[in-house]
Design a protein around this ligand. Sequence first.
Ligand code: FPP
Length: 261
Amino acid sequence: MSAVVDSNIFRNNRLKAGLDPDHIPQHIAVIMDGNGRWAKQQGFMTRVRGHEVGVEALRKITTAAAELGLGFLTVYAFSTENWNRPKAEVDALMNILMTALEKELPTLMNNNVRLKAIGNVDSLPEKANKKLMSVITATSKNDGLTLTLALSYGSQDEMVQAVRKIATEVANGALAPEDISEAHIENSLFTAGMPSPDLMIRTSGEQRISNYLLWQLAYAELYFTPILWPDFDAQGLYDAIAAFQKRERRFGQTSEQLTDK
Ligand code: FPP
């Protein structure tokens, strides 16, 4: 499909969603929270059912984001701290990841979505890591939405790794301390090359960042909704973007400076 046809389709989809078509965030980050509470509320014996339905919610949101012509969607799928959950839940989450990667490849291809991952993916079980790499490779030529899974991810850990990398360059004499810049740090993070998120959505009513993209969210608008992740759908995404469109992003400037431009 040509880029012009594509952009007309995106424009129409944005209008249909009740959004300002010229003011769509380029990058949305999501903390998919509330799977366990959802499972309990629905009377399921295990929290795992919440994660399974959570995958369906992720498919809906990815498809909706691709249809709006969004550039980047980054979701917190498994944190470094999540390894401390009961082994049965960790094992179930890894199986859910494997099954989802296998099952969702056609949806990713149909929607021109490129999959990426950030985090310590080497610490995933070997089979899950292999499957992840195979889907990343299979979708690498897609040039629509980039869907990034944060897996075994923690922002403080990401910063420690970035500092180690930079310190090594300094120790090797390849970099002078006074040449370390914001761009240099950005390029040493897992998210190197990606624009920073404009909007961060957290579901389930919790109002925390939970060690997620601490550097990258510096100027993001934060949106918290009580909806539990398995119930979050395209309309929930449109509502979050509509709220974003009503905010004034000042980046440290005054309101007057922005309106005078
Ligand atoms: C938080 O809910 C959710 C997670 C820790 C996992 C997120 C995973 C998914 C949405 C499924 C998709 C996953 C992959 C791996 C592709 P919670 O369990 O903390 O819920 P609670 O706060 O209600 O207990």
